[in-house]
Design a protein around this ligand. Structure first.
Ligand code: ZN
Ligand code: ZN
Ligand code: FE
Length: 746
């Protein structure tokens, strides 16, 4: 990062001598000069920290100064046997670099790999630490004299910029069709843009992996991309040139613009303008949102200049991790992409685009990856090293070292051999760069998860203790850890989720917990409903609707969409299953209640991707500005969904529009949160509430619940730096295991 050059510039300007370097304790600066100048330096560094630098702790001591040199020196990094080295995430190209790239007089004019100490790839090119050029994938490029002199000059913006490069000495683009190179450098970019204009699908190598790109206004091309990728419904992200271009089809708040333009450059889920026709309808069917990102590399900026908005979806096969090596992409994507735009700077660590949603002024992470990973979360106290392996979907892992918890980039759904391989590779890399060897392993309580099986085997092979953590307890502790809460304070957790294995073997997901890292008590939960066929119900929301109707004693009226769309033979089997409880798992999942509501009112009967029914239900609810909640009934610690289901069915049959029903359902979930929190506070005296679980990514629920809880005097912990979904669960598992080790419980 640009820390050392900044220190150099400031110290030199103040006429101080000394040096700055890195050792096992972090960055140290030694200064010699008049005391008031040193004080001035200190206060300047604290009040205006260098861009991208995070000053975690700060202390100064007086030392006997024996360095004989004059001037201010920057020392080589020490290779340290143990201790924490900080690794920066990848940073979007800065304005100074973009200006050079667009200046015909500059030697980097139209050079797509422009970067400096303030920007460029970091995490994805680092092979080892300390972070110096030989330890990156730039090692194979020898700097030309001009680049070397920038690199060596402490006052230059590119002083020690490890990926420093130019058209003479740096990485190059190539354009390939049918596996054969057609052209390279500047013409490669033009060829790719021409192909996009013709409606072709281009695989483009970026910072953390490949994208598959098509023009975002080309309905035929977008449909072809979906067909070839077998991705029928899940929304596709798009890249646009700037905020003004995004305003053509989406409404953007000041906070959304800030995050879109920020140096992490995530995909931001924006509200699509009503009746807009600039984008192909197939980009995000059934939703009122669209995922948008701005260019984050020179290559992207040049692409955006030459073409309009592009669909930029991860270059992978369905259910497999993102591709990052040229040879693998050429092989695996050849049936999907018509052409390839490659470059010869290797990606060492694949890293998907991050996804966030903005609620009010707050950033809610949906997927925490490029631009964020591997920034650590600070734990309350240094502890043993823990490896927590997460759950199953949207998997990440967490490796702790002293008081830092490093959450990995997004790995994917841990259901395939390919994802497991990506997980193992990413883990080996984290262990290397953070020099951490686990003392203990943590995993989900679910016996069948691939991650849990892997963890059991790993713990056995390495003779390490294993901590199995209940899924929703981990969600609660993820929120606690993110907010740096004192481990001795018990808090309330309202964990509304899809599915998680409960301590009683049931499928949980509508839980009010009281607890902390030491343990939890289940204070309230959604009353159990049978889930016929277990996981099959997740893909078929109408099954959940029928189960909830059955539980509520509402007859399966053929006027109800969830009944009308099901063949009689299947209805007979389901009825029999529910009566005999055969093949039914009891569930308290709020995620499944969303599915049931969506199917019941006719929004979606079968889901093609996770949470599709809930996402579409939220989109429909957003068409209505206010609606009354249904009465919330909580009796003996059980939240009763039956009155909600009865009311929905009754109102639907009496002709109330779906938008109003969807909106009333959302308000009822919010009301449930508020009533449950109030009851739990009365019973326990605790007024701190963590909101977590996948349902908390529903913007309507999260926003309203936060406002209403705060109005009632609660301190609300919302997940803002790690996802509330299972992508954040490894952090909670890790915190629980650290605490258990510290207390001698293992
Ligand atoms: Zn730059
Ligand atoms: Zn050069
Ligand atoms: Fe979960």
């Amino acid at each position: 990062m640009g820390f050392r050059p900044h220190v150099y510039t400031r110290a030199t300007r103040l006429g101080l001598t000394g040096f700055v370097g890195n050792d096992s304790a972090g960055v140290f600066i030694e200064l010699q000069g008049e005391i008031d100048r040193i004080v001035a330096f200190e206060s300047e560094l604290q009040s205006q920290p260098p861009p991208l630098a995070q000053i975690e702790t700060y202390s100064s001591i007086e030392v006997d100064f024996v360095q004989g040199d004059s001037g201010f020196l920057i020392l080589e990094s020490e290779t340290v046997a143990a201790g924490h080295t900080s690794i920066s995430p990848d940073i979007a190209t800065c304005d100074a670099c973009l200006a050079e790239m667009l200046d015909p007089a500059d030697r980097r004019y139209r050079y797509p790999f422009v970067n400096c100490t303030n920007c460029g790839p970091r995490f994805t090119i680092i092979r080892g630490t300390p972070y110096d050029r030989p330890q990156t994938t730039m090692a194979t490029f020898t700097m030309c004299a001009a680049c070397q002199s920038e690199y060596d000059s402490p006052s230059n913006r590119r002083f020690h910029a490890q990926p420093n490069a130019c058209p003479v000495c740096g990485p190059r683009l190539t354009y390939l069709e049918e596996g054969t190179e057609v052209c390279s450098d500047g013409t490669a970019l033009q060829a790719a843009c021409d192909a996009l204009a013709q409606g072709k699908i281009i695989a483009i190598k970026g910072i953390g992996g490949f994208h598959l790109a098509v023009r975002a206004n080309d309905e035929v091309a977008v449909t072809r991309l979906r067909e070839r990728k077998h991705r029928w419904a899940k929304p596709l992200a798009i890249m646009v040139r700037d905020i003004a271009s995004a305003c053509m089809f989406a409404s953007i708040s000041v906070d959304e613009a800030r995050v879109l333009e920020g140096h992490a450059r995530p995909i931001v889920l924006l509200r699509r303008s009503r009746d807009e026709t600039t984008l192909a309808a197939q980009i995000a069917p059934g939703t009122n949102e669209v995922g948008v990102m701005l260019p984050y590399s020179g290559l992207h900026a040049l692409l955006m200049q030459a073409s309009g908005p592009l669909v930029m979806t991860s270059g992978n096969l369905s259910n497999e991790p993102i591709l990052w090596r040229n040879e693998d992409a050429l092989d695996k994507l050849k049936g999907i992409a018509d052409a390839f735009l490659l470059h010869d700077r290797d990606i060492h660590v694949p890293c998907d685009d991050s996804v966030v949603r903005i609620c009010g002024a707050d950033e809610l992470p949906i997927r925490r990856s490029r631009g964020y990973a591997p920034l650590p979360v600070r734990l309350w106290h240094p502890g043993p090293s823990v490896l927590a392996v997460g759950a199953e979907l949207k998997s990440t892992f967490c490796l702790t070292q002293q008081n830092h918890a490093f959450l990995s980039q997004h790995i994917g759904d841990m259901e395939s051999y390919e994802t497991l391989t990506a997980f193992e590779r990413a883990l080996a890399h984290f262990q290397g760069i953070f020099r951490a060897t686990p003392d203990v392993v943590a995993c989900d309580l679910h016996p069948g998860y691939l991650s849990s099986r892997w963890a059991r085997e790993y713990a056995a092979t390495h003779s390490l203790p294993l901590v199995e953590v209940q899924h929703h307890h981990a969600h609660l502790c993820s929120a606690m850890a993110e907010h740096g809460l004192d481990p001795d304070t018990p808090i309330l957790g309202i964990i509304f989720d899809g599915t998680g294995y409960g301590t009683d073997g049931a499928i949980w997901g509508g839980e009010i917990l009281l607890g902390n890292y030491d343990g939890f008590e289940r204070v309230m939960h959604l009353r159990y409903t049978p889930m016929p066929g277990g996981d099959a119900s997740i893909r078929h929301p109408y099954r959940m609707a029928l189960a909830h109707l059955w539980a509520a004693g509402v007859p399966w009226d053929h006027q109800l969409p969830c009944v009308a769309n099901v063949p009689d033979s299947e209805l007979t089997i389901l009825a029999r299953q529910l009566q005999t409880n055969f093949g039914c798992s009891p569930t308290s999942s709020i995620g499944r209640l969303f599915d049931a509501a969506a199917a019941l009112i006719g929004v979606r009967q079968t889901a093609q991707y996770e949470a599709q029914a809930a996402i579409e239900l939220e989109a429909i609810s957003a068409t209505v500005s206010t609606a009354m909640p249904y009465p919330v009934e909580i009796c003996d610690g059980k939240i009763d969904a039956r009155p909600i289901i009865r009311a929905l069915a009754e109102e639907l049959l009496s002709g109330v529009p779906r938008g109003i029903l969807a909106s009333r359902f959302h308000r009822t979930i919010v009301e449930t949160i508020v009533v449950a929190a109030a009851q739990a506070r009365e019973a326990t005296g605790i007024g701190i509430v963590a909101l977590s679980g996948g349902v908390m990514q529903n913007a309507t629920v999260a926003t309203l619940a936060c406002i209403q809880l705060r109005t009632r005097g609660f301190r609300v912990l919302q997940q803002q730096s790690v996802p509330a979904n299972d992508g954040g669960i490894a952090l909670g598992q890790a915190a629980i295991a650290v605490r258990k080790m510290q207390r001698g419980g293992l």
